[in-house]
Design a protein around this ligand. Structure first.
Ligand SMILES: Cc1cc2nc3c(=O)[nH]c(=O)nc-3n(C[C@H](O)[C@H](O)[C@H](O)COP(=O)(O)OP(=O)(O)OC[C@H]3O[C@@H](n4cnc5c(N)ncnc54)[C@H](O)[C@@H]3O)c2cc1C
Length: 467
């Protein structure tokens, strides 16, 4: 319908101002009445945070639709022999200000991660398993000082100030590797920096990931906490005492206690959402129920799948959503041994060719044998068992202890755009349609995939449009 992007955005802008909505950077003239009814699709960090901040601002007429049978999304805590293990979100840092605000408000305990854990690495080609050496530490620190020096400069500082990825300087659209090379990073320091802090945690391959994402993830305050903790200067990293899933469950329980009108529909099968043109009404069709009408819709679920239920997206919007990439990332809870090091990475030469081999492991309870292994696969349809087979073969080859597999998870992880899409202003276009047909988007794609950045984005969106 709209052949040219500029025309499309202009049309949307005029529509949104007519409908009383606005661009993310332009605050609406007046917040909607506190009586409006709001549907939130998705009960992960983004959706639950949005519900909390909406309720805090006086909006009480909210329904959360969650497709699965549990809250938390990628925060997924399981119990094995009465001990809790994280199959998804693990930790946080001093810089996690919104997560701290939420956990304090709902009395959810955080505990420090002890910094005296043994940290090993394995060379993927050699299979050697050895504690991180002083030499490695030196290289990581060189990477760190290069990094912190660059973070003080302007293109980065504007990213730090913004929520999401609007108005990205071109320099930050290139791949992280190119960006680091351009900024004369010590290549060995860079290698170690990435090996320890990016790829093992599911954030992909730095020669393809735009610099903006990694810089957003490792904002100065987070990076400083991370390094202080890793080098033993100060313990600034935490985990949730009863697991991250419990944080989101506790928030919902707390909100419902304060306000019995908040509804959460678990295992909800939303088959269709109809947004009335030129009208504020949004109809949500859920299997087994009468269609329900809302004034606003907040999408807090994987955006790339929303065209399956919302069939009135424009061509340009569909084009944007088709460009979303993810990584197939896996986590497995496996019995190893109490003598097995508590955490480590498999860093050297880890690239697409090394798919399915483990990339990281973490043993939450040093006195218990269960270890969580993490891995990638190139094809998102790779079954978890196929990845597990490769990890098992590695275990046999290198004589690692490897026993019962308790839990297997496959994640569609870290939704992101390619460098060329960022250069093309994809986020400016996405942000410009916040509020179009009374619909808003939150979650990993908009803010980067950590619980803090996701929750911070939801808070900012609510305080921009609903305050
Ligand atoms: C293995 C792993 C380790 C991680 N470790 C950390 C860490 O240590 N620290 C950190 O900060 N972050 C970590 N993360 C990242 C963090 O967990 C995520 O970025 C964050 O939880 C994403 O929240 P979200 O609400 O945007 O998305 P999600 O958690 O994906 O939530 C989306 C929700 O929407 C639901 N949904 C989907 N489709 C529909 C539909 N049609 N209708 C209704 N509901 C729907 C889903 O079931 C899900 O509950 C980790 C993630 C993984 C997978």
């Amino acid at each position: 319908m709209f052949h040219r992007r500029r025309e499309f955005i202009k049309a949307l802008m005029s529509y949104t101002s007519l409908a009383g909505c606005s661009h993310m950077s332009r605050k609406p003239q007046a917040a909607p009445s506190r009586r409006v009814r709001i549907a939130i699709l998705g009960g992960g960090a983004a959706g639950v945070s949005a519900a909390h901040f909406l309720q805090k601002n006086g909006y009480k007429n909210i329904v959360i639709y969650e497709a699965s049978n549990r809250l938390g999304g990628k925060s997924n805590t399981v119990h094995i022999s009465q001990a809790n293990y994280e199959m998804g979100t693990v930790g946080g840092a001093k810089s996690y200000r919104v997560i701290k605000e939420l956990s304090d408000h709902y009395n959810v305990s955080r505990i420090q991660i002890p910094s005296n854990r043994t940290f090993h690495y394995i060379d993927n080609l050699e299979g050697a398993n050895s504690p991180a050496s002083r030499r490695d530490l030196f290289d990581v620190l060189t990477g760190y000082s290069d990094y912190v020096g660059d973070l003080k400069k302007e293109p980065y500082r504007s990213l730090e100030r913004s929520h999401g990825f609007q108005n990205l300087p071109k320099e930050l659209c290139m791949s992280f590797s190119k960006w680091a090379e351009k900024n004369n990073w010590n290549p060995k320091g860079l290698q170690y920096f990435l090996n320890y802090t990016v790829t093992p945690y599911g954030y992909g391959y730095p020669d393809e990931i735009p610099a903006a994402y990694i810089l957003k993830y490792f904002e100065r305050s987070f990076f400083t906490s991370f390094m202080k903790h890793a080098t033993g200067i100060r313990k600034e990293l935490f985990i949730m005492k009863n697991g991250y899933q419990n944080l989101w469950e506790s928030i919902i329980a707390g909100l419902q206690k304060e306000n019995s009108t908040l509804e959460v529909r678990m295992s909800a099968k939303v088959s269709k959402i109809l947004r009335m043109q030129g009208d504020k009404h949004i109809q949500v069709v859920e299997e087994g129920r009468q269609p329900e009408v809302f004034d606003f819709l907040i999408l807090a679920c994987p955006h790339q799948h929303t065209p399956k239920i919302i069939n009135d997206f424009g061509q340009e919007e569909l084009r944007i959503l088709n460009k979303v990439n993810t990584y197939a990332y896996y986590s497995f809870a496996v019995d190893t041994s109490v003598d097995w090091p508590t955490q480590g990475v498999f860093p050297i030469n880890y690239n697409r060719a090394r798919e399915k081999h483990p990339v990281f492991w973490y043993r939450r309870w040093p006195k218990l044998p269960v270890t969580i292994f993490y891995a990638y696969a190139n094809d998102p349809n790779t079954p978890a068992d196929e990845v597990l087979k490769v990890i098992k073969a590695d275990a046999k080859k290198y004589k690692w202890p490897f026993g019962k597999v308790h839990v297997k998870r496959q994640w569609e992880y870290f939704p992101h755009f390619k460098t060329s899409d960022l250069e093309d202003g994809v986020y400016d276009r996405l942000e410009s349609i916040q509020g179009y047909k009374n619909t808003y988007r939150v979650g990993e794609l908009m803010s980067f995939a950590t619980v803090e950045l996701v929750s911070r984005y939801s808070k900012n969106l609510v305080n921009t449009f609903f305050k």
